[in-house]
Design a protein around this ligand. Structure first.
Ligand code: T4K
Length: 368
């Protein structure tokens, strides 16, 4: 049984949360866009430096309902090097994912390969800012404009990230965040959609509440994806501590770098130019031919010491059993290679530096 897991939820003190939910007890208003929901929405608009934001039950529904609200059809260009959610949101909308390979440096979509995948059926691009690494947003914007495509960023990993001083949620037509328990910022479960277009905002708001427009009007086939008041209250508490949390993560990431940088056969997550990062994940790519041990051996050695590293993201989504025979992971060879070599090491705000040292000792002890 692992005692150190890949991550651990950030939480406020018990007293702080109790204080925050006291009003919910007094009012008996538990969900359906209540005061906590509204307060968190306002606070996040400011913190994330975006035009407009809506809150949902989770990051997955943020993606799924955004695609529905945009009325996408046909094919959508996306990456297979992601969590199940990104691809499932596309498929559950009746759309066809067309998988673009990733670049081997920051693991985001290889923008030089997007244009060759565009057909007359393509309506959107769904890139992922994976591990908190931002995509080449300028090039994606250029391509989208040229071919009149919508851009929906899966920004689940990039809470609080800024690029050239601009909130990352401000890019694309839409950016979707996850506030799941495992994320840099959590509202227990939760998600958000950042957008610019007012009509889109109205449509999304309807879709997250069954398409109900008024007590006697239902004008869309919506779902139920409203953030409840207890989740919003957790978000309000966690938001008070977010800068401190990110600073603690930074110290941990710096220690990992100090210990593992320059080791032959190890590729660390890059530091991107002009980016204010959030230190959300610490992936390491193991080149067995140089390092002498492969990712699975390192994972097993860590597990022997009770340390649970994870293979984010293996398998690729285009290799999932539920899609058997539909896509060919060999058509995204870099993603296929990286997913076979990557291991995400434990990272969370309260991870002691002494444990980071133990993890690095075990990893380095595997080098041959
Ligand atoms: N797009 C991307 C790119 C995503 O990565 C995700 C979610 C989404 C979209 C969808 O957003 P959401 O609908 O989830 O809001 C976890 C998370 O459940 C998932 O949110 C996340 N990505 C994914 C990368 O990781 P699992 O299956 O690895 O979770 P699990 O239960 O194994 O938890 C991982 C570790 O986290 C545990 O070992 C310990 C820690 N943990 C977990 C939970 C549930 C906690 O400390 N507290 C907790 O409450 O998917």
């Amino acid at each position: 049984m692992n005692t150190i897991l890949v991550t651990r939820s950030s939480m406020p003190s018990f007293e702080e949360y109790c204080e925050e939910i006291k009003e919910i007890w007094d009012s008996h208003w538990l969900t359906n866009m209540g005061p906590k929901h509204k307060a968190l929405q306002a606070a996040l608009t400011e913190y994330l430096a975006v035009d407009a934001i809506d809150l949902l039950t989770n990051g997955h529904m943020a993606l799924e309902l955004s695609m529905q609200a945009l009325g996408l059809t046909g094919e959508v260009i996306t990456t297979p090097f992601t969590f199940a959610s990104t691809t499932h949101a596309i498929v559950r909308n009746g759309l066809t994912p067309v998988f673009c390979d990733i670049n081997p440096v920051d693991f985001t979509m290889d923008v030089s390969k997007i244009e060759s995948l565009i057909t007359e059926k393509t309506t959107a691009i769904v890139p992922v800012h994976v591990y908190g690494n931002i995509c080449n947003v300028e090039e994606i914007e250029r391509i989208a404009k040229k071919y009149n495509l919508k851009v929906i960023y899966d920004a689940a990993h990039t809470f609080g990230v800024k690029y050239k001083g601009r909130g990352i949620g401000d890019f694309g037509d839409v950016s979707c965040f996850s506030f799941h328990a495992t994320k840099v910022f959590n509202s227990i479960e939760g998600g958000a959609v950042c957008y610019h277009d007012e009509k889109f905002g109205r449509d999304l708001y309807g879709l997250k509440n069954f398409g109900i427009r008024g007590q006697e009007v239902v004008d869309a086939v919506g779902a139920n994806a409203k953030m409840n008041e207890f989740c919003a209250a957790m978000g309000l508490c966690n938001l008070r501590h977010i800068d401190e949390e990110i600073a603690k993560r930074k110290a941990i990431v710096e220690r990992y770098y100090e210990r593992l940088k320059g080791v032959d056969g190890l590729q660390l997550n890059p530091i991107q130019q002009d980016v204010q990062p959030n230190y959300s994940y610490f992936p390491v790519v193991f080149d067995e031919t140089v390092f002498g041990a492969d990712r699975n051996e390192v994972m097993a050695a860590l597990a022997e010491s009770g340390i649970g590293a994870r293979k984010y993201f293996y398998p690729l989504t285009n290799a999932f059993e539920c899609f058997e025979g539909q896509y060919d992971p060999k058509k995204t060879p870099i993603a296929l290679k990286i997913s076979g070599q990557v291991l995400t090491l434990p990272l969370y705000a309260d991870l002691p530096l002494s444990v980071v040292d133990t993890i690095c000792d075990i990893v380095l002890g595997m080098k041959k």
